[in-house]
Design a protein around this ligand. Sequence first.
Ligand code: ATP
Length: 534
Amino acid sequence: MMIGLTFSMIPAGLAGDLVHDREIGARSLLRLNGVGFHIYFSSFLLVMCIMYLISYFALLIIIMAFGIPSLIIPPAFAAIAILYFMYLPLALLSSTVLCYVFDKSETARQFFPSIVTAVGFIGYTVVAMVDMLSSAFGRYALEEESSIATLSDEDEDVKMERERVSAALEHGEDVSPVLIYNLNKVYKCNEQKHFCKMTASSDKITALRSVSLEVKSGQVFGLLGPNGAGKTTCLRIMTAEEQPSQGRVQISGTDVTSSLSKVFGNLGYCPQHDALWNKITVAEHIECFANIRGVKEEQVKVLIDTYVKGLEIEEHRKKQTKHCSGGTKRKLSYILCMLGRPHVVLLDEPSTGMDPMSKRFLWNSILASFKGERSAILTTHSMEEADALCSRIGILVRGGLRCIGAIQHLKNKYGGGYNLELKLGPQVSILKTSDSSNTSEAESDIAEESTSSRHINKLVMDTFPNAVLDEQFEERITYKIPQADVTSLSGCFAMLEKIKEQKLIQEYALSQTTIEQVFLQFARQQEEESSLDE
Ligand SMILES: Nc1ncnc2c1ncn2[C@@H]1O[C@H](COP(=O)(O)OP(=O)(O)OP(=O)(O)O)[C@@H](O)[C@H]1O
């Protein structure tokens, strides 16, 4: 606004001089002395151009020198440079014409700036009102977002992640490859009734609730969750196949909604359902996508050979994909998303239907590819896969992130300890350890008691006082042991070996809580909440 006003004053000031020359008859005098109107006006226009251009370049230099954040970004700077340059002929024309409205230079100097300001103000008012309305809407949306966030009992890590993403988006420096902020998606079921069977009472499904996450360079981020948790929806919004109901997605510093072609240049996507042409062969698919992705001609053949051999689909390379198995199609989809080395790759259950050898190649390829600058988001139902590939994971439950962080951090936080699995010896009588009705009967026979499962329970409880019996099924007993109870692993193993020697147990396994157990805790939450809804 201030820049605009300043610039409108330059022609306004010079127009006053034009009126003054006319008022005192200077123009006629000059004409009389051989300075014709065309020379007079040309010199006037020249002076005005020079004065305007000095101010114009000074403005651009000031913007650059002071690095005004909102103005130095290339589109804003280009807009200023072009618009102010185009303003020059208009300013010259309008001030030359308008100066004929005034007979006295005093009146011209008094009113000319006001006229220019008033005309400029109309445009400014319209822009300001639109801006106010949109920011008011934005504020409303933000209030709504925060209410969503505070409604659910949000995990500390999830909250911190949101704050980190918000700060990263605000400062815009050192941009991470993926920034997702407060992503919400509500599906209306009017058109797709089959999606709404579970919630027949409502005509809406909330697929994502305030999801915020950041994926840094070199990371493979595992987006986990039970069926229907919202993983695919999140990836589809990132590829602009779906519009978010609210929130922002930024890929390599570019907003998905604002510059699709730039985002797509940096993005690879292996969708959950293979998007392949039936009548094109495997090799032709790779060749076609490699060309689209700008892979050099001489590299295309090498790439086809490497991937086709590694994923063991050599014999299918000349087959049309309609004749390929589900596993082969999945492998092809993976190859296609990796062509051209995109900066960010979205992998939606990439290993589904693959045999163990191909899975190994896929894992190795993922581990080797996403180092340094590149990163990926992986969804999978295999916790083994998540454990092997992901540096960080987030678990979605009913559209909301329930936990986020490095795998070991989540194991410590939600698993926090060990699992002890015992297989009882063949001579051991299985007495339910919690069955009090049988207690007196069992105690009456000391010999039986010393070889009963209850005796083993006592031995375990002596070593791990806070152990909790998790499951007892036939001759298998599982305990959950808190971290604090395991002060010395050698002590634990000595005790277990001792009862093994006494033939009370046949085998034992002491393991750290797995990510699968952490996942199952959250999956159970989804089941419980869904049944409550129903
Ligand atoms: N087009 C759609 N219209 C209406 N509801 C939809 C649509 N797509 C997905 N949903 C619903 O949104 C929720 C999230 O679905 P989404 O496919 O994202 O889950 P997911 O975690 O990827 O599941 P899966 O592990 O089975 O692939 C589900 O309740 C689903 O029924």
